[in-house]
Design a protein around this ligand. Sequence first.
Ligand code: DAH
Length: 338
Amino acid sequence: MKDRLLQIEKAALSEILSIKNKEAALEFKNRHLGRKGELTSLTKELGSIPPAERPAVGELINTIRGKIEERVNHLLTGFLNAEREQRLRAEKVDVTLPGRYLPLGKKHPITQVMDEVVKIFSGMGFAAAEGPEIETDYYNFEALNIPKDHPARDMQDTFYISGDYLLRTHTSPVQIRVMQAQKPPLRVIAPGKVYRRDSDVTHTPMFHQVEGFMVDESITFGDLKGVLSAFLHSLFREDMPIRFRPSFFPFTEPSAEVDIQCVICNGKGCRVCKGSGWLEVLGAGMIHPMVFKAVNYDAEKFTGFAFGIGIERIAMLKFGIDDIRLFFENDVRFLRQF
Ligand code: DAH
């Protein structure tokens, strides 16, 4: 038995040298040390040898088992390490490789400013409304107290389509549409595209406005000042100097234009503000009784204010852009900056 054991040991230890991979090692381990392995069956045969020899043979079996186990485990650890090493190498990320460029779309600067304006007014309880870009003479002019042949029509050089139809020259007609459909109290904001026959560094034939108005019993010019001041301070900066200047619009009385301090010279006077230190940013006023009449509101009972904001102009001032046409050339090198 002892000879057999030593032979097994010799054969096993020499076989180990030829094992080339993890699978072979596992198979080897199982064959020699497993429950059906040779050494295990020899252990079972211990009973058949003289009792005096058993301890020595038993110990020999254990020693051999231990030796084989140690060697094969050592081998297995080596295979497993190599395997992990290889996997890690395959998974390795070269952090110095330039990344793959994912083109990422962004909101156009005009849309960004529109969204911001709408957001500020939503915060003050204004709900958004929309109207058609193709309007009738009635909504664009007549109902806003701009009768035919009125000189105020010259303020806005119109694209006429045919008959009564035209491209709206401002978002003010949305006031009429909303007031026809709803009763006060109203707090409404109307963003959209408008069209005028105009083209130079500060004018494009299509541009964007946000109209707003508020109607209720006892709305005053103080409300107009409060809401528009809060808006401008939120949009520009908290301590931006602003002023309300008398003006004229047919659909408001009294009317005002609102200026912010010149963002280029901080009020000192420069080419952009034509030396005045101020820049006009919006038109506003108390809604004219004739407008209320057009929508069958009782002008004795209701008052309201309205305003119109030119979005391109605000964007030019906010971003310091001196040519409005840049917004519409869609040069990504320009657009990427916002
Ligand atoms: N609709 C005017 C324009 O396009 C802007 C405007 C001025 C709108 C005064 C208003 C307002 O609602 O009250 O020039």
